[in-house]
Design a protein around this ligand. Structure first.
Ligand SMILES: Cc1ncc(COP(=O)(O)O)c(C=O)c1O
Length: 424
């Protein structure tokens, strides 16, 4: 059998593969696993009950059920749902967007795969300045592991920058964009940030966002803002974060962190020319995006119930889980050189063990032996060419898992880190 060049890019060592396999294999075992690795959202009873009710209402209505499972939507996504979304963003934020600015995908991971390859990679320009190739700039790493391997070109799709580190107090620190290192020219096909950021829980400030927006706009470069955890849904944001729209901005939303990762629904809001290509890609690769997610949330978006659920239930739930996890880290890791990135959103703590005598890959393996799954930090720096010791001193742990797992998991992380320092 001869695989293609494309197949060689689906290499087994992509970080996202081991992450998703860890998630899958943990589900298929009887052993108690302490799942602090993946990005699975919590099962929040009130939220699940609400969507279950919606699903039952659809299932008991012959016409709604038939429309949900028995028909292909158009390649841009369900037209009625897209119109509801356009009205929603118009009314909520006053953004002048129409149905031509919105497309549905099979999850935002699929959105990024399409967007990055549409806007960067090999270009047909015959342009000696760019050498017929453009990259995606990640202005602040650490950044989401899932971007790293989606490029279809042989050349590296990402270029990334280290952050400035602000020490907030003895426990917390925060990354900022280092604008001295940001140079957006014709070699850059798109700029992308996740806000809140996976893995750190950082929310880049309104000022940083506005500055990046100005720089990208001035160069006519699309600016992708990954809002998988952002406002207005799921709104897992604990600091002030104003959403931003402009003709050069590409907003990516997802239903996953509402507690619906299984329905695989992503939403892209962008310039009509980009949406047009996404629609075509949907038709070519998928015929149409799935209809279940849009059917399930349609009503709650139209009635604004979704916003209320996020504000009143989902966000306070994650805020409480975050505070518990921080208290446990402080308690269990007292005396260890651990610092936490200020968790302003998302569902993770990003722990920095400065001077750790072993690499975090070794720490990951030792923890996995004890059935504790975390993610080693070095996976979260796609496009950062130079090595940086900091990458090997950080781990991401999720606090969305059940409380016992988070509690016991943190205790075992503390034991292994202590052991590493004691052995040195
Ligand atoms: C920052 C970020 N973006 C995108 C995704 C992809 O999510 P989905 O494909 O489930 O919409 C994730 C998933 O964890 C994420 O954390």
């Amino acid at each position: 059998m001869h695989f293609s060049r494309f197949a060689s890019q689906l290499s087994n060592d992509a970080g996202i593969i081991s992450l998703m396999e860890d998630l899958g294999s943990a589900l298929g075992t009887d052993k108690k696993m302490y799942m602090l690795g993946g990005g699975n959202p919590s099962h929040i009873p009130e939220i699940e009950a609400y969507f279950r009710e919606q699903m039952l209402a659809i299932a008991s209505d012959t016409q709604l059920f038939g429309a949900m499972v028995g028909e292909y939507d158009g390649p841009q996504g369900n037209e009625g749902f897209i119109r509801i979304l356009a009205d929603f963003f118009n009314e909520l934020y006053g953004w002048p967007i129409g149905a031509e600015n919105i497309a549905i995908t099979n999850g935002s991971q699929a959105s990024f795969g399409l967007l990055f390859n549409l806007l960067a990679g090999d270009s047909p320009d015959n342009d000696s300045i760019t050498n017929n190739f453009r990259q995606v700039l990640l202005p602040l790493t650490p950044e989401y592991i899932g971007y790293a391997d989606v490029g279809l070109s042989e050349r590296p799709l990402f270029t990334a920058r280290r952050p400035i580190i602000e020490n907030i107090d003895e426990t917390f620190y925060k990354y900022h964009v280092d604008f001295k290192q940001i140079d957006i020219d014709d070699h850059i096909g798109a700029v992308c940030v996740s806000r809140p950021t996976n893995p750190t829980g950082n929310v880049i400030t309104d000022e940083e966002l506005a500055h990046l927006s100005e720089l990208t706009k001035a160069n006519n470069t699309p600016f992708i803002i990954d809002s998988a955890y952002g406002v207005p849904f799921p709104n897992i944001v604990f600091s002030d974060a104003t959403p931003l729209w402009g003709e050069h901005i590409v907003l990516c939303f997802s239903l996953s962190k509402l507690g619906l990762p299984g329905v695989r629904t992503g939403i892209i809001v962008a310039d009509a020319a980009i949406i047009n290509r996404i629609r075509n890609a949907n038709a070519i690769f998928n015929l149409a995006p799935g209809s279940v997610g849009p059917a399930l949330v349609r009503q709650s978006i139209q009635s604004r119930k979704l916003i209320e659920l996020c504000r009143e239930t989902l966000k306070p739930y994650y805020e409480r889980r975050r505070d518990e996890a921080i208290a446990q880290v402080k308690d269990q890791m007292a005396g260890l050189p651990v610092r936490i990135h200020q968790p302003e959103g998302a569902i993770f703590l990003w722990l920095w063990f400065e001077g750790l005598p072993i690499s975090v890959q070794t720490l990951y393996e030792r923890l996995k032996e004890r059935n504790v799954l975390v993610i080693a930090g070095h996976h979260f720096f796609p496009g950062l060419e130079a090595d940086w010791q900091h990458k090997h001193e950080c781990i991401r742990m999720t606090y969305s898992s059940d409380s016992e797992s988070v509690h016991r998991g943190i205790a075992m992380i503390a034991e292994e880190v202590r052991r590493a320092f004691d052995e040195a």
